[in-house]
Design a protein around this ligand. Structure first.
Ligand code: SF4
Length: 468
């Protein structure tokens, strides 16, 4: 029987078998950020040094202010950012610090720099490390003690997962994006539907996605409860990687390419489970509640918890509706929002900013709207195209790169009771600020929400302007 992509990567990284069926895996790349200070501390306290500092890369993202960064006023933010620089300097780990154009959200920096590559194992002390699966890497988040373990040994104890293939047929309709695709999948299988699995996204709709869109899909694998999400590397992936600073060069590139072409799951590979999704049937999606599984088409009404058979899910839906101040049967389109956030490791790449700018162009924001590019390189590329001017002219706030309002650790928070149209990945209670209400959606829909002050199908605005 053939092997899946997951099995090929897993098998080629086994170092030893351990108790409880666990395997010691070799880790190829380790990404660190300004929340990794516990890991460095544990390493220091244990009197250890990084085994392969050249395999680790650091950049601050969670705590970085998105303006006035030359002179950071808040002492706690300044200290966290300085601590990462000091830890990187002390351990010989490469860092892309604030002030370097390559700084940004760690999950953008990895692919941009060519650190994330097909067939490797990649870890980071952050849940959304699954993003790098878009490059065909087995990538997952780890805890603080595991950060120290990987730094010290370049290995990690892991239990293998089962494999679930997500077959996405058809093609996305115009005005429907990768974010809609992944929200539709999570709505279908639930926030725990991927629990115990590594997902492999396959099918013509996935192959047709750009690398940026694939990153959006893999990023939210964790919101379906999966350990990781993968997409088989193909020419789109190889073209994206070619020439990037940390990608192989010259003869090494040719060797790597030959190895990467063998990675896709064999035709006779057997998956533990399979799910089918028709891309052509997906409409623009938005979440109404406090779980990523609470996604509905923008033209739909809120579900009635009373019709939910599962008592735990029913109670969760009722609680979510109370928190979000919504009621069963209510239409989601037209719901007034208080503010907009376009950013995060899910949707802050150039393609995302282009989609939002296409809606914002020539219009005016009716509510405060924050646009935070995911990295300095995205920001520069967007400015070279004039996207910053489109946003600024439309009354949006154009900021410096970082995690920002996705989690608000840098102080970019949604106020209590406010309703935020957000391109991020989590809508849990309090995620964007105490008692804040988050609606997850694509960048196009978030821009449409900004210029109408309401949750709006972005295709209406595209049609109104005669845009494709
Ligand atoms: S953007 Fe949000 S989800 Fe992504 S790494 Fe930062 S805080 Fe985590």
């Amino acid at each position: 029987m053939g092997l899946t992509l997951y099995q090929k990567i897993w098998n080629s990284h086994k170092v030893a078998k351990g108790p409880g069926g666990r395997t010691l895996l070799y880790i190829d790349r380790h990404l660190l950020h300004d929340g990794s200070f516990h890991g460095f501390e544990a390493l220091r306290n244990g009197g250890r040094k990084p085994r392969r500092p050249e395999a680790a890369f650091a950049t601050p993202d969670h705590y970085v202010p998105t303006r006035n960064r030359a002179n950071i006023e808040q002492a706690d933010l300044r200290e966290k950012i300085a601590a990462l620089s000091a830890n990187a300097a002390a351990t010989g780990i490469k860092i892309y610090p604030v002030g370097d154009d390559r700084q940004g959200i760690v999950h953008l920096v990895g692919p941009e720099q060519g650190i994330s590559q097909p067939g490797i194992t990649l870890v980071c002390g952050d849940s959304h490390t699954s993003t790098h699966g878009a490059m065909g890497a087995l990538a997952f988040g780890i805890g603080a003690s595991e950060v120290a373990h990987v730094l010290a040994t370049q290995t990690l104890w892991q239990a293998s997962t089962k494999t679930l293939r997500v077959n996405v047929s058809g093609i996305l309709k115009p005005g429907v994006f990768a974010k809609d695709l992944i929200l539709a999948l999570i709505a279908k299988i639930g926030a725990y539907g991927g629990s115990g699995y590594t997902l492999e996204y396959a099918g013509p709709a996935i192959r047709a996605l750009s690398m940026e869109a694939r990153m959006t899909v893999c990023n939210m694998s964790i919101e379906a409860g999966a350990r990781a999400g993968l997409i088989a590397p193909d020419d789109s992936c190889f073209n994206y990687l070619h020439g990037r600073p940390q990608a192989p060069h010259g003869a090494d590139w040719e060797l790597a390419l030959a190895a990467w072409r063998k990675l896709p799951s064999d035709v006779d590979a057997c998956f533990d489970a399979e799910v089918d999704l028709d891309a052509a049937a997906i409409e623009p999606m938005v979440t109404w509640g406090t779980s990523p599984e609470h996604g509905i088409s923008v033209s739909a009404a809120l579900p009635d918890p009373a019709l939910q058979q599962d008592p735990v899910r029913r109670a969760g839906m009722e609680k979510a509706m109370r928190y979000m101040a919504l009621h069963p049967g209510q239409r989601i389109e037209g719901l007034a929002i208080d503010r907009v956030f376009i950013g995060s490791c899910t949707n802050s790449r150039l393609e995302d900013l282009r989609a939002a700018a296409a809606i914002a162009r020539g219009r005016q924001a009716l509510v405060p709207a924050l646009v935070v590019p995911g990295s300095g390189l995205v920001k520069l590329a967007a400015e070279a195209e004039g996207l910053d001017r489109i946003f600024i002219d439309a009354g949006f706030d154009w900021r410096e790169p970082g995690c920002s309002m996705c989690v608000g650790m840098n102080g970019d928070l949604v106020e209590a009771g406010q309703r935020c149209a957000s391109t991020s990945n989590r809508n849990f209670e309090g995620r964007q600020g105490r008692d804040a209400r988050t609606h997850l959606m694509s960048p196009a829909m978030a821009a449409a929400a900004a210029v109408t002050g309401r949750i709006t199908d972005p295709r209406r605005l595209q049609a109104a302007a005669g845009r494709p």
